[in-house]
Design a protein around this ligand. Structure first.
Ligand code: ITT
Length: 192
């Protein structure tokens, strides 16, 4: 089965394809020649994820899924949240991480979580899948793998940041992995 993943983020596409397996062929926006800047104006991950699938359904009539995810930090009122990609006003992750570390300062409460919401549009029906991983924000970057805020996030029960883990290790426990596993279970149950 072929599904369009409403993303331009190559890291995410790779992570998702690895989890879903070969039975489902996942194509990106680039693969279908979609160069539109799909609006992400919602105030929740759910709204943004659905905006992505609504856009593809309306424009191409394709079966698709889209996700929105981000980092939620307790001491910052769950920021950066839906603003994770552009927290500092730019997509520059160095600046975004700097801003998080600056805002947290020496606050002892470092509790944070990553959350993903996937919107799936299939057979004229809308479905949602969610994944969360709890952890904490450290005071300095560690590791060079992954992407986004990975160098400053340590999941509970681990001593390494996401950026210090191999892709396979991160893929076993990440917020996206949890949500994608729920999506995969749903698809396998109905379509295999
Ligand atoms: P698309 O919208 O094109 O899919 P994106 O980079 O904006 O790609 P998201 O909306 O899912 O991706 O995530 C928003 C930001 O949240 C992302 O740019 C990262 O800064 C952060 N983020 C999401 N998942 C992450 C992860 O697994 N590790 C580290 N940071 C992550």
């Amino acid at each position: 089965m072929e599904l369009i993943f409403a993303t331009n983020n190559a890291n995410k596409l790779e992570e998702v394809q690895a989890i879903v397996g070969e039975r489902f062929i996942i194509k990106s926006l680039a693969d279908i020649g979609c160069t539109d800047d799909i609006p992400e104006t919602g105030v929740t991950f759910e709204e943004n994820a659905q905006q992505k699938t609504d856009f593809l359904v309306n424009k191409y009539g394709l079966y698709c899924f889209g996700d929105d995810s981000g980092l939620e930090i307790d001491a910052l009122g769950k920021e950066p949240g839906v603003f994770s990609a552009r927290y500092s006003g730019t997509r520059d992750m160095e600046k975004n991480i700097d801003l998080v570390l600056e805002k947290l300062g020496d606050n002892a409460n470092r509790v944070a979580n990553f959350r993903t919401v996937i919107s799936l549009y299939l057979n004229e029906q809308q479905h949602f899948f969610e994944g969360t991983i709890e952890g904490r924000i450290i005071t300095e970057r560690r590791g060079s793998g992954g992407f986004g805020y990975d160098p400053i996030f340590i999941p509970n029960g681990y001593s390494q940041t996401f950026a210090e883990m191999t892709p396979a290790e991160k893929n076993q426990i990440s917020h996206r992995a949890i949500a994608v596993q729920k999506l995969t279970d749903f698809l396998r149950e109905r379509y295999s």
